[in-house]
Design a binder for this molecule. Structure first.
Ligand code: S3P
Length: 182
């Protein structure tokens, strides 16, 4: 790594950055790159839940139902608050739906809404078997219905909203950094 990059990495003194948005909007991919740029740890609520429970998200939904999973998400945010580590945090697409979670996220840090078009989401999510809410029926219709129900809640949760269509990962990460500085 060059001296300039090193210096840039050491300068992040802000709060944690949370990435929210629909399934397939790039939260994990972009989150990992952003964390690398800022020299922050990266974490993902779905991954943490799977690790903590020893079960996959798919198994939790099938065995316990969605409401149980939503409780685990809220618990995870509380645990992150207790840990108090400045990080880049990618959260599950449905996590911001609960009002309490939106409040907890605001306490945790800056909330960035990654917004992708329905076409992009359909392309990225077709063939996915890991996300229980997208199984069965017409994928586009499911995405449209869920997005419509969630859009206002994502906007309510977000500090900033960033549209990613047509941008490379590098451009997206740079754009988010710029937004957060401004
Ligand atoms: C969900 C999104 C998933 C995961 C679960 C439910 C949702 O996370 O938490 O399948 O309700 O939108 P990703 O957004 O990381 O795919």
């Amino acid at each position: 790594m060059g001296e300039e990059a090193k210096m840039e990495q050491e300068t992040y003194t802000g709060r944690s950055i949370l990435l929210i948005g629909f399934m397939g909007s790039g939260k994990t991919t972009i989150g990992k790159r952003l964390a690398r740029e800022l020299a922050l740890p990266f974490t993902d609520t779905d991954e943490r839940i799977e690790k903590r429970t020893g079960r996959s998200i798919k198994e939790i939904f099938a065995q316990e139902g969605e409401a149980y999973f939503r409780d685990l998400e809220t618990e995870e945010l509380r645990l992150l608050l207790e840990e108090g580590q400045t990080s880049v945090i990618s959260v599950g697409g449905g996590l911001p739906v609960r009002e309490e979670n939106r409040k907890l996220m605001k306490q945790l840090g800056e909330v960035v809404y990654l917004k992708a078009s329905t076409n992009t989401l359909v392309n990225r999510l077709s063939g996915d078997t890991t996300r229980p809410l997208l199984q069965g029926g017409d994928l586009r219709e499911r995405i449209e219905a869920l997005s419509k129900a969630r859009e206002a809640l994502y906007l309510d949760a977000a500090t900033v909203c960033f549209a990613t269509d047509g941008l490379s990962r590098k451009e997206t990460v740079a754009g988010i950094q710029e937004l957060l500085q401004g």
